[in-house]
Design a protein around this ligand. Sequence first.
Ligand code: NAD
Length: 375
Amino acid sequence: MSMQKFNIAALAGDGIGPEVMREAIKVLRAVEKRFSVSFNITEAPVGWAGIDAAGKALPDDTLALCRNSDAILFGSVGLPDRDPTIPKDQRPERAALLRLRKEFGLFANLRPVILWPELSHTCPLTKERQAGGIDILVIRELTGGLYFGQPKGSEDLGGGQRRATDTMVYTTAEIERITHVAFAAAQTRKKSGGQGKVTSIDKANVLENGILWRDVVTSVAKQYSDVTLEHMLVDNGAMQLMLKPSQFDVLLCENMFGDILSDEAAALVGSLGMLPSASLGATKGDRVFGLYEPAGGTAPDIAGKGVANPIAQILSAGLMLLHSFHLRDAHGAIIAAVTKNIKAGNRTGDIYTSADPTAKKVSTREVGDTIAAAI
Ligand code: NAD
């Protein structure tokens, strides 16, 4: 079989971005050595690094590189001290990140929330509720619903009264494409050897959008006989996440419900340094274009100290292998290597506790080295 080749745009950005990106690239190089695959990784500036290098947060050359790549591995952008020195629309989060999301039509946001049993102290739930570990994939529709629907605006009614309007709108096609993402992801997961499950979140008891959402999801689900579907009202979903998170596998949500529930789920894992994410666009042939980034930001409080947790960035690279390149074995090898590193007791400060006698505090680089060596 000929060697598979993939072009990756690596945009490290600001703050801890370059520190954690270095470790993710190290791990990708280890994957190349073990599997018959080749990554053409090109680094380019974005965020304040882009402004310093080329005068804007998303330099033209960086955007051109992204267009010619199979996927974007993104660090994080923004520096709170410098951001106020330029107009809002030129600041890195809007001018680079939001711009990239729009440019590539990234409509599906995936956030895996994994709590390794060895890190149970970082979870706010009691150990009984953690049930030996949490592993949920939250999938959020990112380009429709209440945040984008028209009409939208506010008007003066006179007499000191105003009225604001937001409109929740979804079409069948928009719901279908995000549902396919959820079911395809559930097929790759198959928790504990069993059947994958999708829990679809809606408000079908009150919203017309909820009724349509439920109808379309139910109809798409018929194409996936190996995945179980269940429906849950969003208010109950918010409660169940706290009461019994182990019941969830893939959680499928429209934009606003996903915004809220993905943060609630993220809180189950105490550190942003453990949370990767993927934003996916349309499928082209057998490839899915995507932007992969940690859920956290540039962490200016710890930047430059070599103490940031690189696991979120490394797991983001793993998601890229799985969703954009369909390299399931290589993704599995990354998860296994991260697990091995955690079992060995290596912890950056954000997940370290002196109460665990097997844990030792290590640097960003040491975590990256250990994970790369375990591939
Ligand atoms: P942040 O996520 O950067 O930091 C919040 C807290 O989490 C800090 O205490 C930080 O040290 C910690 N943290 C985050 N990632 C960590 C890691 N890998 N290892 C260990 N600890 C980690 O959020 P903030 O401080 O609100 O924002 C800082 C800057 O990042 C702002 O300019 C913000 O706009 C930007 N930001 C960018 C993105 C992005 O690029 N996608 C996302 C969020 C925030």
